[in-house]
Design a protein around this ligand. Structure first.
Ligand code: CAA
Length: 379
C-alpha cells in the first residue's frame, strides 16, 4: 500500500492551492456578504482546466483521475466553498454523465464547451416535492413527435442562474415508476425555460441557487441522454460520483478552518502564554486533525475505487456522510477556538461554519447516505 501522492497529483494540488490563495481569498468575504457569483474566477478555473478535470482531452478535458479532482476541490474549498461547489457540479453532476452516456453529437455539442469552461452546467433533479424521495418526479416530459414537451419546476439548483446547459430529470411514463424517468439536455434560452428566484442562503452564498421553471419547453428527441427510461439510474449513478466531490468540498472546509484555528492558537495569548499551550485547545486541535485525516482517507479510497472502475456507491456515501459531519464539527471548533473573533466575518471561520452545513444536506442528506450504506451492506 502506498499513501504517497504522485508528482502529477502534487502539481495539481499546488496549482489549485496557488489559484485559490491568489484569486479567491481576497474578496471571499465580500462575495459571501453580497451573494456575488465569482464569474471571473469561474472563467479562470476553466482556463486552468478545473471545470472539466476528468473529461478526456479528446473532448476538451484534463484527462485526470478522480484523486486529482479531489485534491483540487479540497484546495479550492479551503478558501471558498462556493467556488468549490460550482466546480463540483460542473465536473461531477454534469460532465461525468454527459461524457459517459452522451452520443458523439451530444459530446461534441455540449461536453467540449462545458469542459473548457466556455459554458457552465447545472443538474436538475430536486423538486418542491421530490428531494430525498427522488423517484417522485412531478416534472413531465411527454413525447410529442420529434420533441418531448417539458413541464415542471426544479428547486435548489446550484449554478441555476448562471448555467448555459441544464441536465433535467423528468417523468415520461408515470405508469412505469422510476423506469419511466428520462434525463434531458436543455439549453438556457429555449422558449418556456425560465430562471426563478435566487435563494437567499445561510452558506455557500456566492454560488447561485435558483428554482428553474419549464413550461411547454420543446426538447428535441436527440437531447434525451441514454436509452428511454434510463434517467433515474443515470441520476443515481451521477450522484455517486457527486458525493465524492461534496465530500472533498467538506474536507476542504474542515481543513481550511483547522489551519486557521491552528495559526490563531499559536498567535493568541491568554494567561501569559499562547492559547496553543493550553491543553483545552490542544485537545481540540488534535481531534480536528485526527478526524480530518480520517475523512481524507475515506475520500481518497472512494476516489481510488472509482478510478479502478470498482463499485463505489457505498464508499462515496461513507466519505460524504463522514466528511460533511467532520466539516460541521470542525468549523464549530474553529469558531470556538477563535472565541469572539470567530463570530465575526473578518476571520473567515464563521463563513466556513455556515458553508459546512449544506454539505450535510445536498446530494443526499446525511440520513440518505446512511440509508445508501445500509442498503449496500444488507444486500
Ligand atoms: N446507481 C445506479 N442505479 C441505482 C443506484 C445507484 N447508485 N441506486 C439505486 N439505483 C437504481 C436501483 O437499482 C433501482 O433500479 P431497479 O428497480 O431497476 O433495480 C432504482 O434505481 C430505484 O432504486 P431504489 O428502489 O433504491 O429507489 P428509492 O426510491 O428507494 O430511493 C434513494 C433511493 C437512495 C433514497 C434515492 O432516491 C436518493 O439517493 N435520494 C436522494 C437524492 C439526492 O441525493 N438528491 C440530491 C439532489 S442533487 C443536488 O443536491 C445537487 C446540488 O445542487 C449540489
Amino acid at each position: 500500500m502506498n499513501f504517497d501522492l504522485t508528482e502529477e497529483h502534487k502539481a495539481v494540488q499546488e496549482a489549485a492551492r496557488d489559484f485559490a490563495n491568489r484569486e479567491l481569498l481576497h474578496d471571499a468575504i465580500e462575495r459571501d456578504t453580497f451573494s456575488k457569483f465569482p464569474e471571473k474566477q469561474v472563467k479562470m478555473m476553466g482556463e486552468l482546466g478545473f471545470m472539466g478535470m476528468m473529461v478526456s482531452p479528446e473532448y476538451g478535458g484534463g484527462g485526470m483521475d478522480t484523486i486529482s479532482y479531489v485534491l483540487a476541490l479540497e484546495e479550492v474549498a479551503k478558501i471558498d466553498a462556493s467556488a468549490a461547489v460550482i466546480m463540483s457540479v460542473n465536473n461531477s453532476l454534469v460532465l461525468w454523465g454527459l461524457e459517459k452516456y452522451g452520443s458523439e453529437e451530444q459530446k461534441q455539442q455540449y461536453v467540449v464547451p462545458l469542459a473548457t469552461g466556455e459554458k457552465l452546467g447545472c443538474f436538475c433533479l430536486s423538486e418542491p416535492e421530490a428531494g430525498s424521495d427522488a423517484t417522485s418526479q412531478h416534472t413531465k416530459a411527454i413525447e410529442n413527435g420529434e420533441h418531448y414537451l417539458l413541464n415542471g419546476t426544479k428547486n435548489w439548483i446550484t449554478n441555476g442562474g448562471s448555467a448555459d446547459v441544464a441536465l433535467v430529470v423528468a417523468q415520461t411514463h408515470e405508469e412505469k415508476g422510476h423506469r419511466g424517468i428520462n434525463t434531458f439536455i436543455v439549453e438556457k434560452g429555449w422558449k418556456g425555460f425560465t430562471v426563478g428566484k435566487k435563494e437567499d442562503k445561510m452558506g455557500i452564498r456566492s454560488s447561485d441557487t435558483h428554482a428553474l421553471m419549464f413550461s411547454d419547453v420543446q426538447v428535441p428527441r436527440e437531447n434525451r441522454l441514454g436509452d428511454e427510461g434510463f434517467g433515474f439510474k443515470f441520476a443515481m449513478g451521477t450522484l455517486d460520483g457527486g458525493r465524492i466531490g461534496i465530500a472533498a468540498q467538506a474536507l476542504g472546509i474542515a481543513s481550511g478552518a483547522y489551519e486557521r484555528a491552528l495559526a490563531y492558537a499559536k498567535e493568541r495569548k491568554t494567561f501569559g502564554t499562547s492559547i496553543a499551550n493550553h491543553q483545552a485547545i490542544q485537545f481540540k486541535l488534535a481531534d480536528m486533525r485526527t478526524r480530518i485525516e480520517a475523512a481524507r482517507q475515506l475520500i481518497y479510497k472512494a476516489a481510488w475505487e472509482k478510478d479502478q472502475n470498482r463499485p463505489y456507491t457505498e464508499s462515496a456515501a461513507m466519505a460524504k456522510v463522514y466528511a460533511s459531519e467532520v466539516a460541521m464539527w470542525a468549523t464549530t471548533q474553529a469558531v470556538q477556538i477563535h472565541g469572539g473573533y470567530g463570530y465575526v466575518k473578518e476571520y473567515h471561520v464563521e463563513r466556513m461554519m455556515r458553508d459546512a452545513k449544506i454539505t450535510e444536506i445536498y446530494e443526499g442528506t446525511s440520513e440518505i447516505q446512511r440509508l445508501v450504506i445500509a442498503r449496500e451492506l444488507l444486500k
